[in-house]
Design a protein around this ligand. Structure first.
Ligand code: GDP
Ligand code: MN
Length: 402
C-alpha cells in the first residue's frame, strides 16, 4: 500500500528527517490562504501516488498567493498522467504547498527490499532529481548500493562511506548519516516496502548554512503487515488504486492486474505462481495474479471470479485450488454463482483437489454450466489454452486458422 507525499513527509517529521514547511489544500481558496500563511515563493505539488509529476506538469513554482490559487485550480480535480501512472492516470484531490527552496544539488536516497538477498537495500546517488531511471540505465556506476544485514541493522559507518561515494560535502556527512539512520528506523518500525527521497536536496538553511532537506517523499508499505500498523492503514486513499485491485483489497484478496489473457483463481501464493508458470508453459499469459487466501468461502470465490471476469482482455479462466483448510465445494459454489450471474461465454477450466473435492466436482457437473474439469494443474493449463485457441478459431473466419 502506498501513501501520499504529504503523509510520508509527516512521518519524516516524526522521525526527524528534515522536510520543508508545507500545508495541503483541497480547493483553490484553501491553497490561496495556505500560501498567505506560508509566505514567499512556493511550490504547488499535485498529490498523486506516482513519480514523474515534475515532468508531467504536476509541480508548479509560484510567487504569490493568487498564483498559488491558480496553480491549485489547474491541478485539482484533474487526472494527472505521468510515466508511472499508466494511461489511466491518477486523480488529484489535494495539493501540497511548500516554501520553495534554492537547490544547489539533488541527491537520491532510498530503502527497498532486495527479495533475492532477503535484506533491505539502501540505494543512493549523487545524481538525484527527476531522471534517476536514466542514471540507472545509462550510468549505473553512479548508483551506490548497500545491503543491510537484518541482525546487525544499518550502521553509521556504512552511511559515512556512502556519503563519500556520492559526493556529499564533508560538512554534511553527519547530517546525511542521521537522515539515513532515521529512514531505516522508519522503514523497520512501520513495515515499509519502500521509502524514497528524490531529491534529497542541498539547500541553504535559515542561517545561510548548507543543509540537506527531503524535497520529495515516497512511501510504500507491506500490505501483509497492515493489521499491526493501524495508523498507516488509515492513510490509504482508495482513489489512487487501480479499481479492480482496490475492489480485491477490500475483499481481502491478494490481487495484481497483469496484461495477459488467462485469468487465474488460485488459493495460496505459491500455487498461484506455479499456475502462472504452467499457463506460460502452454503458450498463454496470465491476466492476473490472485491468491484468495485459505479458508475462502463461497462469497470470496464468487467475488474473486467476478473480479477476474471484469479484467479487460481475459479470454479464459483457470481455477486451481488444492483444498487443505479450504473447502473446495464452497469454492465451486462461488464459481457457479459468479458464472450464473454473467451470461458471457468464455472457457473455464476448474481443477479442485483435496477437502470436499468429490462434492465440488459433482456440483460443477450438475450445474449445467459449460465448465471443464481437470485432474491436475498441468492438464488444466493445457486444457484452458486449447479451449481458448479453439474459441478464437470459431470466432474468426472459417479457414483463418490455417
Ligand atoms: P516527482 O517528479 O513526482 O518525483 O516530484 P518531485 O517532488 O521530486 O518534484 C520534481 C522536481 O521539482 C524536483 O526534482 C525539484 O527539482 C523540483 N522541486 C520540488 N520542490 C522544489 C522546491 O522547493 N524548490 C525548487 N526550486 N524546486 C523544487
Ligand atoms: Mn521526486
Amino acid at each position: 500500500m502506498n501513501i501520499h507525499e504529504y503523509q510520508a513527509k509527516e512521518l519524516f517529521r516524526q522521525y526527524g528527517i528534515p522536510v520543508p514547511d508545507g500545508l495541503t489544500a483541497a480547493t483553490p481558496e484553501e491553497a490561496e490562504s495556505a500560501a498567505l500563511r506560508l509566505g514567499g515563493p512556493l511550490v504547488v505539488k499535485a498529490q498523486v501516488q506516482a513519480g514523474g509529476r515534475g515532468q508531467a506538469g504536476g509541480v508548479k513554482l509560484v510567487r504569490t498567493p493568487p498564483e498559488a490559487g491558480n496553480a491549485a485550480a489547474a491541478l485539482l480535480g484533474r487526472v494527472l498522467r505521468t510515466r508511472q501512472t499508466g494511461a489511466a492516470g491518477k486523480p488529484v484531490h489535494q495539493v501540497l504547498l511548500e516554501k520553495a527552496l534554492d537547490i544547489s544539488h539533488e541527491y537520491y536516497l532510498s530503502l527497498s527490499i532486495d527479495s533475492a538477498a532477503e535484506q533491505v537495500a539502501l540505494v543512493a546517488s549523487g545524481e538525484g532529481g527527476m531522471d534517476i531511471e536514466e542514471v540507472a540505465a545509462g550510468r549505473p556506476e553512479r548508483i551506490c548500493r548497500v545491503n543491510i544485514d537484518p541482525f546487525i541493522g544499518l550502521r553509521a559507518y556504512q552511511l559515512l562511506e556512502l556519503a563519500g561515494a556520492i559526493g556529499i560535502p564533508p560538512s554534511l556527512k553527519r547530517q546525511f548519516t542521521s537522515i539515513g539512520l532515521a529512514l531505516y528506523r522508519l522503514f523497520t518500525e512501520k513495515d515499509c516496502a519502500m521509502l524514497e527521497i528524490n531529491p534529497l536536496a542541498l539547500v541553504e538553511n535559515g542561517e545561510g548554512k548548507p543543509a540537506l532537506v527531503a524535497l520529495d517523499a515516497k512511501a510504500g508499505f507491506d500490505a501483509g503487515a497492515l493489521f499491526r500498523q493501524p495508523d498507516i492503514a488509515a492513510l490509504r486513499d482508495r482513489a489512487q488504486e487501480p479499481p479492480l485491485e482496490a475492489r480485491a483489497f477490500d475483499a481481502g484478496l491478494n490481487y495484481v492486474s497483469l496484461k495477459g489473457n488467462i485469468g487465474c483463481l488460485v488459493i495460496g501464493a505459491g500455487l498461484a505462481m506455479a499456475t502462472m508458470d504452467a499457463i506460460k508453459l502452454f503458450g498463454g499469459e496470465p491476466g492476473n495474479f490472485l491468491d484468495c487466501g485459505s479458508n475462502s468461502k463461497t462469497e470470496d470465490s464468487r467475488e474473486a471470479f467476478e473480479i477476474i471476469l471484469a479484467e479487460p482482455g481475459i479470454e479464459g479462466i483457470l481455477v486451481n485450488v488444492f483444498g487443505g483448510i479450504t473447502q473446495t465445494d464452497l469454492v465451486a459454489a462461488g464459481v457457479i454463482e459468479a458464472l450464473r450471474r454473467h451470461r458471457e461465454q468464455l472457457p473455464v477450466v476448474v481443477r479442485l483437489e483435496g477437502t470436499g473435492s468429490a462434492e465440488a466436482n459433482r456440483l460443477l457437473l450438475d450445474s449445467g454450466l459449460n465448465v471443464q474439469l481437470a485432474g491436475s494443474l498441468t492438464e488444466g493449463a493445457e486444457m484452458i489454452m486449447k479451449l481458448v485457441a479453439s474459441q478464437k478459431g470459431r470466432k474468426s473466419r472459417p479457414g483463418a486458422m490455417l
